[in-house]
Ligand binder design. Sequence first.
Ligand SMILES: [Zn+2]
Length: 275
Amino acid sequence: MFDSHVHAAPDVLDRIGDDSQVARAYELADFSGFVLKAHYESTVGRAHGVAELTRRTVYGGIALNQHTGGVNPSAVAAALAAGGRVVWMPTADAHTQQAAGLPRLCDQEPRLGAHAYAIPPVDPQLADTMDLVLALIADHDAVLATGHLSGSECRWLSERATAFGITRLLFTHPSYTVPGLNPATVRALVEAGGYAEITAYQLLHQPDCTPALLARVAEAAGEHLILSSDAGQPDSPSPPEALVMLVDVLTAEGLDRGWLTAAASSTPTALFAPG
Ligand SMILES: [Zn+2]
């Protein structure tokens, strides 16, 4: 299996283990690799270092939050030139996160001020900046992940990504609290292209999330489904266990285990692998 979304220490929040400990857990579970995500730091260098240690495929990227100045083409260019495979649109500092009252770095360090970020159509002024970011992602054939942006911004990204020739589009946990999209909306998004993610974190920590709801989202995504752990929290199972649990829980909902396993192995492997 291949986990396309995990968090490790060092981070601004407590994590279950550092990069090498998390990598070791995947090694013991016989995973082929993982994607290291952080909300406040490029993981490109960390992913490279731990890949050397563990002999797994490990990819990193950058999330466009307050530490990069939000949607910042310079940060994107640097991360991709250094080998980053994914650019996450604003996550912890997306306007949706602020509106939902979910945790942010600026809660810990009030001197920073609280900045929140949106893209078109919510913030039309960002159109030119976003076009440069999308051109960079296309140049590097990297993955565009929608972060915690809203449904209307996901639709805008989908259309612009197509215009820029981006073929690797991932709707980041669309049924999570943010952006909180329903199965019909998820289906409409993936019908236009891209993959929809469901995470074990949702099952473990999302208020009112049930296996039945996630099963409806999985069905809506169909062959465009990606399962990941989004684990790394100290109170979650180890990341490989969390992802295996997600497959098991969805299988128990009557979904096909082979399809679910592909969504946690060959599908994300192909999405992230350099062309
Ligand atoms: Zn995450």
